[in-house]
Design a protein around this ligand. Structure first.
Ligand code: RUB
Length: 353
């Protein structure tokens, strides 16, 4: 993706390996939309922390970061006598960094599916990341036909290039349809508590795509007024039966869309499909720090930097699940690099890849 970093326009993915320093590097997503900065992870331990703190986020991007992180550990411990123990520890720490998105496990297992060498692990991590980005392009080519001029589309969370190494999942059809000359409008859910909608708005702005940010709680109103024709969003894990885990609030949207007969699509690359989880009930939901609800991170014009403010007084309880489960019966279709699938086709096609 084209980014302006320190005044220079450059082409960078969300996460990459720097050959010279052997650092995993990533665009710091906690700084978007106000600053575009590169964050350095000198060892796999910093890569684990970056995933936990959501410096990198979005299921496929954290999968790629985890894959690079394991390659980093292979490089660091290669000459050690306890190489295998160290790799086991690194694998477990990377896997536990965020438990819901299956892309982490898929990325790590892909690295381990061949005998480990520093060069081999790095090549596999690179391949895994590149394939995700390529699949994002395919998702766009396949999904763009769902979009017609004049439509109002609603999306939730952020599913653009930063979430998917490059090119995006649910934003990819939207961007490609716009670039083809279709003209439509996108409602962007703000996505409390982390406000990933800010990244969606930032990315749509770069393409000049007409959009409006709304509070998550307003989406039902706009749908009930007949103002939404199509809902497209991503997924953090797709179970074999087609149930999905996605950003908290997805289930509410799915129910409202179903009630009002609005098509509801999820878009994701192969790395988000979980061949070992039968249904959504088997997916672990990440519980995040209540500070994310209690406080908000915004940009202070006075300080000219990101700044945390309190939203509540002390002695108040919070609960902050990061994802929810949407059952397959509320999902119209699955936009994948292998076609727009229904739930009957999903398992067959994705398992046979
Ligand atoms: C990200 C999130 C996104 C999906 C997009 O959550 O819910 O919708 O990851 O994934 P978080 P995909 O911001 O907590 O990481 O690109 O596979 O559709």
């Amino acid at each position: 993706m084209k980014l302006q970093i320190n005044g220079e326009v450059t082409d960078k993915p969300a996460v990459w390996w720097d050959k010279n320093s052997k650092f995993v590097k990533m665009i710091d997503q906690t700084k978007i939309p106000f600053q575009v900065e590169v964050f350095n992870c000198p060892t796999y331990r910093e890569t684990v922390q970056a995933i936990k703190k959501m410096i990198i986020r979005g299921a496929p991007s954290i999968g790629a970061a985890a894959a690079y992180g394991l390659a980093q550990a292979v490089d660091e411990f290669w000459d050690n006598e306890d190489f295998e123990d160290q790799i086991r520890i690194a694998y477990d720490e990377l896997l536990a960094a965020r438990p819901t998105a299956v892309d982490l496990k898929n990325g790590l297992d892909f690295i381990k599916s061949d005998p480990l060498t520093p060069e081999g692990a790095l090549n596999r991590a690179q391949f895994f990341a590149d394939r995700i980005a390529e699949e994002g392009l395919k998702i766009g080519q396949i999904g763009k036909d769902l979009i017609k001029s004049g439509m109002n589309i609603l999306t939730h969370c952020h599913t653009g290039a930063l979430a998917l190494v490059d090119n995006g999942s649910a934003l990819s059809p939207i961007i490609q349809a716009w670039e083809e000359g279709k003209r439509f409008h996108v409602y962007v859910d703000e996505t409390r508590p982390r406000f990933q909608g800010r990244m969606t708005a930032w990315e749509l702005n770069q393409y000049g795509i007409d959009h409006t940010v709304i509070c998550d709680s307003a989406s039902g109103f706009f749908i009930s007024q007949g103002n939404v024709d199509l809902v497209i969003l991503g997924a953090d894990r797709v179970a074999r039966n087609g149930d999905i885990a996605n950003k908290i609030g997805t289930y509410n949207l799915a129910l409202i869309s179903h009630y009002h007969d609005i098509p509801f699509y999820t878009a994701f690359p192969s790395s988000t499909f979980d061949s070992s989880t039968p249904t959504g009930k088997d997916i672990e939901i990440e519980q995040r720090d209540s500070l994310e609800v209690k406080q908000a991170l915004g940009y202070s014009k006075i300080l000219n930097e990101n700044h945390v403010v309190s939203l509540y007084t002390e002695n108040i309880k919070f609960n902050n699940p990061a994802f929810d489960i949407t059952p397959n019966k509320f999902i119209t279709g699955y936009i994948t690099p292998h076609g727009i699938l229904d739930k009957a086709e999903l398992e067959d096609i994705m398992l046979n890849l």
